[in-house]
Design a protein around this ligand. Sequence first.
Ligand code: GLC
Length: 607
Amino acid sequence: MLSSDDSDFRFSTGLQNHDEKKSLIKEHSLALSDSKLPRPSNLPPFSLDGPDKNVGKSPRKIITKSPSRARMMPGMSRIPSSNSPKGWSFDDFEHEYNAQQHSPDLRPLSTPRTPALSPRSSFSNLPLMSGMQHPMVQEAEDLLHKSLIYFRGKPIGTIAAIQDGTEEALNYNQVFVRDFVPSALAFLMKGEPEIVRNFLMKTLRLQAWEKRIDCFTLGEGVMPASFKVLHDPVRNTDTMIADFGESAIGRVAPVDSGFWWIILLRAYGRATGDHTLADHPDIQRGIILILQLCLADGFDTFPTLLCADGCCMIDRRMGIYGYPIEIQALFYHALRCAKQMLKPEGEGKDFLERVDKRLYALTFHMRNYFWLDHSSLNNIYRYKTEEYSETAVNKFNVIPDSIPDWVMDFMPRKGGYFIGNVSPARMDFRWFAIGNCMAIISSLATTEQANMIMDLIEARWDELVGEMPMKATYPALEGHEWRLITGCDPKNTRWSYHNGGSWPVISWMLTAAAIKVGRPHVAKKAVDLLEEVLGKDGWPEYYDGKSGQFIGKQARKNQTWSVTGYLVAKMLLEDPSHLGLISLEEDKKAAKPQLTRSVSWNGFMNL
Ligand code: GLC
């Protein structure tokens, strides 16, 4: 274990004296004033870490004497990486950013300014939800309130599941980045942006840790899967522990966290009208570090992102290694959000160009090669094999015999979807709900494709939704396939958990997607199903069974993202204008699908 001194954590400014640090702060003030944000004088010492008593002392002393800085995991270096441009400390950023927000002159007019949540603040007093009469709404609000996690008195996230004392906490007592997304959306929709801003800034600090697993150092831009806050009642200090994959089952790093962070950053800007956060150099740097990871040159022949199994919501072995649809949809979404927020200056300019190029190729690839409908399935069924790629129709040399029987029955004449994975000689035909819903929300799917996905959901409602919206994957892996693909995972047995289990949280994405394609009745049907059982059943994490009719075998109760999945779906239905927080319009200039056999290769060459 680390000693208490070892556990101290502080950004290394790399600066030797206070004057040097001061001159950088001045430089930053100038940068900010360039963007029409004069630095206010007499900044109040207000930041997430509390007043910095060490201001004015040598940075070196700050590094060694600060007793309650966030703690690191064993095996992690205590020297943070150079996330802050020019070695500027993140504390300075928080300090300056928060000070700006406290200056009345600098508040965007459109920003709803509600007081920061205090441990005593109550959601039930807030006006936005008061119109919702269903008793589950009140219960959900109370649970969301109970799930809040504080760091030095400020709310910074929501716990994955509220413990009832009967179960081992495992890692459900942590704030998961992906789980916090629907909580964040609920707060933004309610006009409570503070917690989201705190979360975005705090996770950016965590990104700057040097992340090491055994002797291997992870990429600078990796965002944590989760973090927790430890409170020491004797010293009255809070410390933070983050997991970048080293504690996760199978040691897999989350690829989705950074993407969700970017998507949330945009949502925060949309909800508050406050773009000073996204514009800040440290946040800009955070975006660039994430992009650096996923736009890096390698041996790739595809614009999709190559990932390990378990790197997203499905965080254990389920045969999604390769190019899983969930990650590709989030990748696309995050690239488009980054494009809106990156400033065309310095590194940002270069990255904007790289983002554009990647988006163009990714859009083409996904809309053509991942897309499956009745006619493309028929084409694949009749594929020839062993063609050389320049002239090939069957570009990935997929063997028609590998088409599973179920997909031939499952595919309606009207409808289609993005399949789970495409790589050489491998098409994973399984349905993945998050990837498809996010493809609609982000407009990775064309309007026509989005409508076809919704056609399929409606045509296959019994299979994909049944009694609980909605199955994460379909169909379930069974028997030999389950043994081989999951490694005999006892949690992912057929029609359970990630393997055909039903997750209430997906309801918010289904609702957003349904509203976007102009079918609120689909969203309403899903919310009605939730209201029949979710509250009575104690807000389980997931349901099991072919129709989602049983509470999941090992499902946690009072799972926060089940609660917020319901709340966000409900709020979206009440006020569809909230969709703008998360949804992107179709980019009409993007590569159009070329689905006919004869033009596919030439079409690509001519793009
Ligand atoms: C499970 C889910 C994962 C989620 C975590 C916390 O591990 O698979 O997606 O983030 O629980 O709720």
